[in-house]
Design a protein around this ligand. Sequence first.
Ligand code: PHE
Ligand code: CO
Length: 296
Amino acid sequence: MNNPPQRVEHQLTDKGYVPVYTTGVVEQPWSSYSEADHAVWAQLFARQQQLLVGRASDEFIVAQRAMAMSAQRIPKFDELNPILRAATGWELVGVEGLLPELTFFDHLAHRRFPVTWWIRTPEQMDYLSEPDLFHDLFGHVPLLMNPVFADYMQAYGRGGVKAHGIGPEALVNLTRLYWYTAEFGLIRQADGLRIYGSGIVSSKGESIHCLESAAPNRIGFGLERIMRTRYRIDTYQKTYFVIDSFEQLFDATLPDFTPIYKKLALQDSVAAGAVLDTDAVFNRGSGEGWLADGDV
Ligand code: PHE
Ligand code: CO
């Protein structure tokens, strides 16, 4: 099996125009990976591993160690699955790329995490505009070994199915939560702020920027605050939200969101770089390098 990704069409989502792929689960074509593919994995792995010392959250490091993915070769999903299943009951399924929203939610609701089977080219080491195997596997999968985070992700999937039934505005609110937690979340540890979001963990530039740059806001987690806040898909985030623990995240998202969606429908959204006077501010961003448009 060595087919190229099957793109359906570019669809306008709240992430802008993104390629959305066929819904089917595919078997990971492991034997078709080239030596160049494995070398991309190995290089990215080594680079991020070094950057994550003192930057990734303890939970991420512990989970990553427990999973023990190969640093040298692209891991086989089939070899990771028994480890993941034993830890939290999650499993990985191979996919061509971004899925239609309801399909994605349904996987999460059933503790299946969709992982893109293909990896970026050597020319795309620092940036690509859609998730690939490195982002999904290195970035998202380790924390599925953490019991609390694992439950959060399933609850998110169930909430997604529900929001999808409520309407597009509810979905926009919910997607922002995923963006500012699972993708770009920070966590406060005894020894300082750390990264847990996979979009950061898998990015060379942003893993430094999010913690060390004066440009972005770093603001304490607030459920409705996040659900109102637009974001950027084409640059580093203007704002990162900081949780105290995964328990805080799980507990805060436990209530039925239906009345929250109703309430938020009557409120304006918040710009990606805004600071509100109700915010718990860790860092008020200098705004250096910010583009004036492009929040979605
Ligand atoms: N509690 C949310 C709801 O009722 C579901 C949810 C859980 C959403 C966890 C996000 C994260 O819609
Ligand atoms: Co992602």
